[in-house]
Design a protein around this ligand. Structure first.
Ligand code: XIL
Length: 399
């Protein structure tokens, strides 16, 4: 039986939830009594009922011995609370535009629970610049209007990345001067379009490999390793007021990578290259030790820049099992990890706390199952748009 945890039976003097031990015991007692009386009064009907019960129990019994998916009950939080009001820094979510537009439950959560938003895909190169002389603003502008109407901060993601390049860019056949012009045009057109509308930009995303060397991206091949500094300069020229971030993953598990990042930031400062913030994506696994998470945050804070936990999610299915029910144990382990992230983040200077952003909103919308090719439950809201234990973990961490 699947327990929703929401359905309750009321019998005189008794309240019990479907699927609870108590309810299963009472179910069996009632059934037994009912069958006894049918057997006495109508043996034919009795046989029919027995056959029916056998058929039903077969259908409900798990195939290949795996337990049925447990749907962990949502947590109870006062209806009028908002996540962002319970944490002392901006609390954000990456959002899918089509869901903000078309799914009232989804947009309801975003409006109520978060005060910062990032476009999950709509402001990437391929989202905004599908052909050499065509910019597509409609979706991103929708988000700008949504953010303004609902008083949300908008975080820009991302001006330059080795992924999400439209084919006209990957097929681009100009020399290095033409590539430079194309890069500069993209950055400056986009930054100028959103001037005064976004608080910050992830200027370059994922420039480094995990071992601390520079990724051999198409940009590096065409323009050399120092193109990254020019990206920051171009953005700064187009909008001197917007904050500029370097964003990457892996700070928690690779000291080589975080050293490379902090060295780059130090050299930017020496050279006068504008940079204001560092984004730690934090696509975490629940097994990631707390100490690594703390060390990553401390290392980012030591740069003196704004620190953004920019793409937080905490996955559970390390072995990529294809059948993977979410259990209450997992729910509390995940909540404890969320709690630690928030605690460690809160320990840095308040002035450096740009905020924490989760990468999408609910388990139904997360990119993780697709990315890892296996089910998972990485976010603070479940697939039914209910708050999970992880939500409470965030609130606990903020206390
Ligand atoms: C992911 C989106 O979530 C997916 O929908 C898309 O198909 C691929 O990109 N690091 C980043 C994000 O900086 O932009 C990525 O977002 C996830 C990893």
């Amino acid at each position: 039986m699947i327990a929703t945890g929401l359905i309750k039976f009321y019998l005189p003097g008794n309240t019990f939830q479907v699927g609870s031990k108590k309810s299963r015991f009472l179910d069996r007692m009632l059934l037994k009594r009912m069958l006894m009386s049918v057997m006495k009064n109508s043996p034919g009907l009795y046989i029919l009922l027995c056959l029916l019960i056998m058929a039903c129990s077969k259908k409900n019994s798990p195939a290949n011995g795996t337990p049925p998916a447990v749907i962990v009950p949502p947590i109870v939080v006062a209806a009028d609370t908002s996540l962002y009001k319970m944490v002392p820094f901006p609390m954000g979510a990456a959002v899918a535009i089509n869901l903000v537009k078309n799914n009232a439950k989804y947009s309801g959560i975003v409006t109520k629970e978060f005060n910062s938003i990032t476009a999950e895909n709509a402001m990437k190169f391929s989202g905004l610049h599908p052909a050499e002389n065509t910019f597509f603003w409609t979706d991103a502008d929708y988000l700008v209007a949504y953010a303004q109407t609902n008083n949300k901060r908008l975080h820009g993601h991302t001006l330059n990345w080795y992924q999400s390049m439209p084919t006209w860019v990957t097929n681009f056949s100009g020399d290095s001067t033409a590539w430079e012009k194309m890069l500069k045009t993209h950055i400056q057109t986009v930054v100028a379009h959103f001037k005064g509308k976004v608080a910050a930009w992830d200027v370059v995303n994922e420039y480094f490999n995990d071992n601390g060397t520079v990724r051999n991206s198409l940009w590096v091949q065409k323009l050399g390793e120092d193109y990254i500094a020019r990206c920051f300069q171009y953005a700064n020229q187009a909008d001197p007021d917007v904050l500029l971030f370097y964003n990457d993953y892996g700070h928690e598990y690779s000291t080589a990578k975080r050293t490379a990042i902090t060295n780059m930031i130090a050299s930017f400062k020496t050279r006068g290259i504008p940079i204001h913030g560092i984004g730690l994506q934090f696509h975490l696994s629940v097994g990631q030790p707390d100490a690594n998470i703390s060390a990553a945050i401390a290392s980012a804070a030591a740069t003196g820049l704004q620190v953004h936990i920019s793409e937080l999610d905490i996955r559970l299915n390390a072995n990529k099992a294809q059948t993977f029910p979410f259990t209450t144990t997992m729910a509390s382990q995940q909540a404890a990890k969320y709690e630690h992230v928030v605690k460690a983040y809160k320990s840095i200077l308040a002035a450096q706390q740009y905020g924490i952003t989760t990468w999408n909103v609910t388990d139904a919308d997360s990119w993780i199952p697709n990315w890892q090719g296996a089910p998972d439950y990485p976010l603070p809201f479940d697939a039914n748009y209910q708050r999970k234990e992880a939500y409470r973990g965030i609130v606990r961490g903020a206390k």
